[in-house]
Design a protein around this ligand. Sequence first.
Ligand code: C5P
Length: 237
Amino acid sequence: MEKREALYAGKAKSVYLTDDPDRLVLHFRDDTSAFDGQRVESLARKGMVNNTFNAFIMGKLQAAGIPTHFDSQLSDTECVVKRLDMIPVECVVRNIAAGGLVKRLGVEEGSELNPPTFELFLKNDALHDPMINESLAETFGWATPEQLARMKTLTFQVNDVLKRLFLDGGMLLVDYKLEFGVFKGEIVLGDEFSPDGCRLWDAKTREKMDKDRFRQGLGGVIEAYEEVGRRIGIDFG
Ligand code: C5P
């Protein structure tokens, strides 16, 4: 497989075509962004850490029977993925109240959410990823009801697998965001799973070990990501 020209550059990853029309290369850059890209910084080792982290998690999800776009790791900072038709809807599950939920509904940060919540957001930077629902997604053609139902099922399956994985490493999976796409008619997990797109707290101290360290200027961002990885058995070399 041969890497070809760039297709798209996101806030933290770049996407390349390959000589296989069904495969893309994802390049995890060191760039870290927050607040809809208003703050961007380069953090050393981040691309390598997130690429390695994502490969490990996608492997765990695949092993649990969840279809993902992940194909193989190509280098320290790159992986090969299936080329999906992306659905412009972000799925968020929350086990513990934090972030946007606390701001929007005034609930106390840290309260347990039972059952966990499921929210949909439109992927649109210019509109700041507004919250949507099934009705809007269907009317505007972002996703069909069948696709949304499958995305919800898969998003909760991911919760079962990852809540346990992180708890075994002494961490709480507070919340996370997933994106899906269609590959040969099937709904498949796309994008990435890394501490950039989820919240993870130390189970005892509730110390933040995810991108909130960057958003809130707490420092030690990549050190925290590496610690999360080590606790679930990742060797960053
Ligand atoms: O900001 P909010 O609390 O709604 O985010 C919920 C979860 O989804 C967090 O883990 C956050 O990192 C993730 N998220 C994301 N990308 C977005 C929005 C949220 O990774 N565009």
